[in-house]
Design a binder for this molecule. Structure first.
Ligand code: ADP
Ligand code: ASP
Ligand code: MG
Length: 483
């Protein structure tokens, strides 16, 4: 039974980026306001807007103003068109607010152009404008359709640290400000329409939570408002057995545990931002992933971990041995190898401390003690920087020949199979590798997380689709292991 009778719903870029999507949003919010006492809407920017804002600022820093001019025209056209279509009366104030934001965009990009540099702080100020534009249009549309709504910039709600482009929310102050701003709106019977993606430091400097971060915004608000449920509305029928763009026969997974969905999100299932899960798990909230364009579909529900007993008893015949398969693209493997490596104390700590100074994330690590090598993945655009710091920090060992070489692979893909039954059934890994061998996929590296929920493999980019399809077969009924 609902405790606070509060629902937080987040709509993604494709959900709000077309007239068809916006019409669905109106229907969905109308229904939610009937079923729930308090509804908060969190919105992404219209589809492709964030990319265009980034491109404009980055190109302007290099002296190219063409993307900026195109974006300026696009922003005005798309937001005005949506307003025109749904909110024929009382538009003057919203149009004025959109003008101010667009003027702000112009000023910021011009400043970046003059300086010849877009610092992370300046970029955050630019790229967050897409959400600010979207919420004003959506609130006006909802109000004009008989659902009184108020646009709210999350810079007033979510207090973050100052790690621009990947800021971290400070939950205590956020709880205070979010309640201060939103509770009076609930009391006036208004639906707050809050910007996803953005936050501000305690001093009021705008930050962003990282690309795809609107899911995270919804989770943060859901937790600080003690909402009963958080619903993520997107353009597919929930979390699926694979990215439907890569596996045509991908199916919805009706129920997932926090741990399973964390692995999926962390290893590339863009449908949910990986940071979304943590606040939700800690607060034990129910999270659903639903399709804006097919709202009667039950989508995916994500709750507490399935109990061990459930897992043990789960009838393998009902699902395959793999629950889902995901891919992380755009990574390269870095290998540090040398016969003397084992004798050098703290070498792994030194390697990863050096990598950390570049800010590169490391989604995959594996070590072969017989070969005396350590191998890990980094985002491809960081590999040069990582190699440089490693060569510097290991210079002494390289000179002494304790380390023979540090090298970077071609671009590769990490494919992860989420298989929660692995702990209780023998032969799961065997089936996976047999399927890959039958499809003639060459596996470059393997990592099996200690959580025993997933197994990750590194393959060549050219093998991506074959790998996904081979593993996806193992999600299908009848492929289960006996015993
Ligand atoms: P939104 O704009 O709603 O945030 P995203 O584009 O960020 O939407 O995420 C939705 C997309 O995630 C889907 O269109 C789909 O292509 C992709 N995706 C990747 N892996 C999965 C998966 N396992 N299940 C569902 N969708 C997935
Ligand atoms: N608009 C932001 C992005 O494209 C945030 C989001 O959509 O979640 O990254
Ligand atoms: Mg997204």
């Amino acid at each position: 039974m609902a405790k606070t009778n509060t629902l937080v719903m987040k709509f993604g870029g494709t959900s709000v980026g077309s007239l068809e999507g916006l019409a669905q949003v109106v229907k969905i919010v109308r229904q939610a306001t009937r079923d729930w006492r308090q509804v908060v809407v969190v919105s992404s920017a219209f589809s492709k807007v964030t990319d265009a804002l980034f491109e404009s600022a980055q190109q302007a820093a290099q002296g190219n103003q063409v993307p900026f001019a195109q974006t300026l025209a696009m922003l005005t056209k798309r937001h005005h068109q949506a307003l025109q279509h749904f909110a024929p009366t009382d538009k003057a104030q919203v149009l004025e607010e959109l003008d101010v934001l667009i003027q702000n965009f112009q000023n910021l990009v011009q400043a970046i152009g003059v300086l010849g540099e877009g610092t992370p702080r300046a970029l955050d100020a630019v790229v967050g404008l897409g959400e600010c534009l979207a919420v004003r249009v959506i609130a006006a549309i909802l109000s004009s359709q008989g659902i009184p709504a108020q646009a709210v910039d999350a810079t007033q709600l979510i207090v973050s640290d100052n790690q621009f482009q990947a800021s971290v929310p400070l939950m205590r102050p956020t709880q205070e400000t979010a309640n201060q701003v939103l509770v009076p709106l609930f009391k006036q019977g208004l639906v707050p329409v809050v910007t996803g993606f953005i936050a501000a430091t305690a001093e009021g400097i705008p930050t962003t939570l990282g690309r795809g971060g609107s899911d995270y915004s919804a989770a943060i608000l859901g937790v600080v408002l003690d909402a009963d449920e958080i619903w993520i509305w997107t353009d597919v029928d929930g979390v699926m057995t694979a990215d439907p763009r890569l596996a045509k026969d991908a199916r919805t997974i009706p129920e997932l545990s926090y741990r399973e969905v964390s692995e999926l999100a962390y290893f590339g299932a863009r449908v949910l931002h990986p940071k979304t899960i943590r606040p939700v798990v800690e607060a034990g909230k129910i999270l659903k992933v639903l399709n804006t364009f097919n709202p009667s579909h039950p989508g995916t529900i994500i709750t507490d971990d399935l109990s061990e007993i459930d897992l043990r008893n789960e009838n393998g015949q009902q699902g395959g041995i793999i629950k889902a398969v995901t891919a992380v693209r755009g990574v390269q493997l870095i290998t540090v190898e040398g016969r003397g490596m084992l004798g050098v104390p703290g070498v792994a700590a030194r390697i990863f401390s050096a990598v950390a100074t570049t800010g590169a994330t490391v989604p995959f690590i594996t070590e072969a003690s017989s070969e005396q090598s350590l191998c890990f993945a980094v985002p491809a655009d960081m590999s040069d920087a990582v190699l440089t710091v490693l060569e510097k920090s290991l210079a002494h060992e390289i000179e002494n020949r304790n380390i023979d070489r540090v090298w970077v692979s071609e671009e590769v893909v990490i494919v992860t199979a989420v298989c929660p039954q692995m702990r209780y059934r023998w032969g799961v890994a065997g089936k996976i590798f047999t399927a890959l061998a039958e499809s003639k996929v060459n596996v470059l590296a393997i990592a099996h997380g200690s959580s025993e929920v997933s197994i990750s493999l590194v393959v060549n980019v050219s093998d991506l689709e074959t790998t996904i399809q081979a593993l996806h077969q193992l999600t299908i009924n009848g492929q289960a292991l006996a015993g």
